[in-house]
Design a protein. Structure first.
Length: 128
């Protein structure tokens, strides 16, 4: 498959997912799927301007990317631990309100990354 950007090189970066969009001027929303395929060079170039390839662009000032692992989940809290290249049990743990994360994140052992500010972390924990 060729890169959808340059149409020359083989696509090795594949993005897929869904997003909610508003229908017309009303409050109705619909979920639409997307799929993008880029070569390595185009993906690197697009990271400079595309929030899809670089979530920090959309997250705002002071945002950082944190990698997390779900430690436990209950009806009211999802406990996560920050992970990284030097991960161990001394990494920070946070208890997020279950209602503030999508339901698919309530799976112990699941790992995910998110671009987040300190204010958003406080909100996720129910402190704001």
């Amino acid at each position: 498959m060729l890169c959808e950007n340059c149409q020359k090189a083989f696509a090795t970066v594949h993005l897929s997912g869904s997003r909610r969009t508003r229908i017309g001027l009303g409050e109705q929303e619909q979920e639409e799927s997307f799929e993008h395929h880029y070569c390595e060079a185009c993906a690197e170039e697009l990271k400079k301007t595309s929030p899809m390839l670089n979530p920090l662009l959309q997250a705002g000032p002071g945002a950082r990317i944190v990698e997390l692992r779900v430690i436990s989940a209950s009806s009211d809290r999802i406990v996560v631990r920050q992970i990284g290249p030097d991960s161990d049990s001394s990494q920070p743990e946070w208890a997020f309100l279950t209602s503030r994360l999508p339901a698919q994140f309530a799976v112990p052992g699941m790992e995910f990354g998110m671009a987040v500010t300190d204010a958003q972390l406080k909100w996720l924990r129910g402190e704001a």
